[in-house]
Design a binder for this molecule. Structure first.
Ligand code: SAH
Ligand code: SF4
Length: 343
C-alpha cells in the first residue's frame, strides 16, 4: 500500500481519519500542530506515544523539503532556494523583500508541460505535480530559515498552477485556514499561462486572490509561436475568460508581458494589446525578458518599454515595468535548477 501524505489534510479531515482508525480525537490536533511547525518525521513529535508514532509511520508520510542550495543576492537581499523533495526531485522558491513585507514565489509542479519557448522550466519538461503539503513546506522551510514571517505568496515559480488544480486549491485552503498558516487570500497571487476552463472554474469559486495571466503577446500569430498553450485556447478565448473573472470576482487581473526585442515590442504590438485589453479590468506588468541560454531572445531597450507604457496609457491601461530582483543569483525560475542538474 502506498503511504498517504498526512500534511495534505486540514484539521477536520485529519480528525475524521483518526476517529476512523480508532485513535483518540485530541491526538489529531497535537499531530496537526506538529505538522504545522514544519517537522519532517514522526519521531520529532514529542508528546505523541511511541506506538502511535510507529502506527502513523506505517500508514502516512510527511513530504518535507530541504534546502539543497541557498543563494543571497548582494544587490537586494533576494534569496533563492533550490529545495530537494522527499523523492529526490528539485524545485525552486524565491524570497523577495519589499518595504510592505516579505514575499515568497513558490513552485506548483516539478517542471512544466506547457513548453513556453522563453522559459527555462518549460525547456526541462514535466516530472510531477506537487502535493498541497509540499507547497506549504516551501513556505515553512523558508520562514524557518530566515526567522521571519512571510506575508505575501505568489504561485509564480516552476510549473503551471492551474494544471495542478485540485492540489493547488487544497493548498490555498490549508494556507489560508485559521488553524493552519493563516495567510490572507488577499495576499496570495496565482499566475497562469491561460488554462481557460480552469480560469472559469476559479472565477466561480470567488476567492479573493489576485490572478496574473501570462499573456506575452497581443495576437495568435506571435502567441502560437512562443506559448504552445495558445493552440488550445487562443487570445480571444483567454481574454473572454479574463473578462468573466473580473465580472464575477470584481478583481483586477494582472497581465504579464515579457518584452522580447523584435518579437513583441513594436508600436503595432502595443496598440493591438491596448485595443484588446481596453474592455478588461486590468493592469499590465512589463517584464524585461530574462536571457535563458540558447533561446536567442534579447531584452528590449528601456526606451521601447517606455514607448509601450505610453501607448497603453492612451487606451486607459496602466502598465509598469517589473523591477528585476536577484539579478546576480539567477533568481528567475528554472535557472538555478537548470545549472545544478547540468553541472
Ligand atoms: N506557469 C505560470 C507560472 C509560472 S511562470 C505562468 O506561466 O504564468 C512565472 C512567470 O515568469 C510567467 O509570467 C512566465 O511567463 C514568466 N517567465 C518565464 N520565463 C521567463 C523569461 N525568460 N523572462 C521573463 N519572464 C519569464
Ligand atoms: Fe510553464 Fe509558466 Fe514556464 Fe510556460 S512560463 S513553461 S507555463 S512555467
Amino acid at each position: 500500500m502506498d503511504k498517504i501524505d498526512i500534511k495534505s489534510f486540514d484539521l477536520k479531515e485529519l480528525t475524521e481519519k483518526f476517529i476512523e482508525d480508532g485513535i483518540q480525537k485530541y491526538r489529531a490536533k497535537q499531530v496537526f500542530d506538529w505538522l504545522n511547525k514544519g517537522i519532517s518525521s514522526f519521531d520529532e513529535m514529542q508528546n505523541i506515544p511511541k506506538d502511535l508514532k510507529a502506527a502513523l509511520n506505517e500508514k502516512y508520510f510527511i513530504p518535507s523539503c530541504s534546502i539543497e542550495i541557498k543563494r543571497v543576492s548582494k544587490l537586494d537581499g533576494t534569496i533563492k532556494y533550490l529545495y530537494k523533495l522527499y523523492d529526490g526531485e528539485y524545485i525552486e522558491a524565491v524570497i523577495m523583500k519589499y518595504h510592505h513585507g516579505i514575499s515568497i514565489c513558490i513552485s506548483s509542479q516539478v517542471g512544466c508541460k506547457m513548453g513556453c519557448t522563453f522559459c527555462a522550466t518549460g525547456k526541462g519538461g514535466f516530472k510531477r505535480n506537487l502535493y498541497p503539503s509540499e507547497m506549504l513546506s516551501e513556505i515553512e522551510t523558508a520562514e524557518k530559515d530566515i526567522g521571519e514571517r512571510i506575508s505575501n505568496i505568489v504561485l509564480m515559480g516552476m510549473g503551471e498552477p492551474l494544471d495542478n488544480f485540485d492540489n493547488v486549491m487544497k493548498f490555498l485552503k490549508l494556507v489560508s485556514s485559521e488553524e493552519g498558516m493563516n495567510k490572507g487570500m488577499r495576499h496570495i497571487s496565482l499566475s497562469t499561462c491561460g488554462i481557460v476552463d480552469k480560469i472559469y472554474k476559479l472565477a466561480d469559486m470567488k476567492l479573493q486572490l489576485t490572478l496574473s495571466v501570462s499573456l506575452h503577446a497581443p495576437n495568435n500569430t506571435i502567441r502560437n509561436h512562443t506559448m504552445p498553450v495558445n493552440k488550445k485556447w487562443n487570445v480571444e478565448e483567454l481574454l473572454e475568460a479574463c473578462k468573466y473573472y473580473g465580472k464575477v470576482t470584481g478583481r483586477r487581473i494582472s497581465f504579464e508581458y515579457a518584452v522580447i526585442s523584435g518579437i513583441n515590442d513594436s508600436d503595432e504590438c502595443a496598440h493591438e494589446l491596448g485595443r484588446k485589453l481596453k474592455p478588461v479590468l486590468c493592469h499590465v506588468n512589463l517584464i524585461p525578458v530574462n536571457d535563458v541560454t540558447d533561446t536567442g531572445y534579447k531584452k528590449s531597450s528601456q526606451k521601447r518599454h517606455q514607448a509601450i507604457i505610453n501607448i497603453l496609457s492612451n487606451y486607459g491601461i496602466t502598465a509598469t515595468i517589473r523591477r528585476t530582483l536577484g539579478a546576480d543569483i539567477e533568481a528567475a525560475c528554472g535557472q538555478l535548477k537548470g545549472k545544478h542538474i547540468s553541472t
